[in-house]
Design a protein around this ligand. Sequence first.
Ligand SMILES: [Zn+2]
Ligand SMILES: [Zn+2]
Length: 352
Amino acid sequence: MTEMMKAAVFEKIGVIKVKEVPLPEINENEVLIKVKLTGICGTDWSIYNGWYSADKLPMIPGHEFSGEIAKLGKNVKGFEIGNRVTADINMSCGTCFYCLRGEKLLCDQFTQLGIHTDGTFAEYVKAPAGQVHVLPDNLSFEAGAFIEPVSCVIHAAKALDAKLGSSIAIIGDGLGTLHARMAVLRGLAPVIVFGHNRKRLEIAKNMGADYVFHTDDVADPVAEVMKLTGGRGADYAIEAAGKVETYEQAFAMLRRGGTLSSFGITGEDDEMTIRPFELVLGEKKITGSCAGVGQDWPDAMTLISRGRIDPKPLFSMKVPLEDLEWALHELRSNRNLFKIFVSPEITEREEL
Ligand SMILES: [Zn+2]
Ligand SMILES: [Zn+2]
C-alpha cells in the first residue's frame, strides 16, 4: 500500500487544497525529510497567482524549510535519522557549459525545490543528500527555515564584494533589512535604507543601518543619498524592492565608478532605462545574484549560529498547514508581518 502524507497542493491558479498525497519515494542518493517548518516567501504568492511556474501546477510549493531526516537512501553516508537539517534548493545538471564552470545557478536545466518541483508545504519532502545541511545545535527550526533567504543575501554580498569603509544605499525593507546587516558586517558606512514600512525600517535600524527613510517622508531618495555622501552618490547600491522605478533610482544613487547590486525580482518583461554614457564615462557597474548556493548555505548557518545575524526580529508567526492560504493573503494586507512559518504539526496559530 502506498504511504500517504498531508500536503498543501496548489491545484491551479488561486486554488490551494490541503489533502492526502503519496509520500515522496527516495532513490539511493536522496534523503526523506520530515518537515518541521516552512517560511512563506514572495515566490509562493507568485506561484499562487500564476505569475511563476504556472506550467508546473498542480504542485506543492515551499522552499524555505527545516526538518528532520526520516529516511536515508542506500548510498547516503554522513547523515543519521533524526538529524536536524535544511537543504540547498538549487538543482543543476552537473554537465552543461555553466555547471562545468561552477556556475550552477546558470545551468541550462536549473530547477529549484519547491519552485519547480514539489516542496515543503507538506509533512515530508525528498532532497538529494548532497544538498542537505545539518543545522548547528543552537539553531532553532525557525532559523533553520530562514537559512535560504539569508544565503541569498550572502550570495549577493559576495557578488558585490564591497570594500571596507564604502557607503551603500539599499532600497527595500524586506530582505533589505538583512542587506543592511550584511553591509554592517562588511564594514560599510554609512548604510542608508529606504522602505515603506516603519516597523521594518526600525528593524533595519536595529540591525545597524545608519539612516532609514520612509519613502513617504522623502521627496527625492536620490537627493537624500547625495546629501549623505558629499554630493557624490553612494559607492554601492542594492535594489531589493523589485520595481523598475527603484532600479532606476538605485542606479542614479551611485557615484561615478559605483556598483549596483540587482536583487529585487521585477516582472520578466520589465525594462529599465540606463544612459550608456554613465557606464562608459561614469564607469558605473551592475551585478546580479539569483540565489544562495553551495557554500552560501553553511556561511548563513555560521553567521546565525555565531550571533553575527539575529533573524528573530523578522519572525512573525507560525500557522498550521491548513492556514497557508489565509497567511498568503494576510502577508499582502498586513505589511507589519514579515516571516510566517507554516507547520504541518500544529493546529493553532502561534505568535513568535
Ligand atoms: Zn524564498
Ligand atoms: Zn548544468
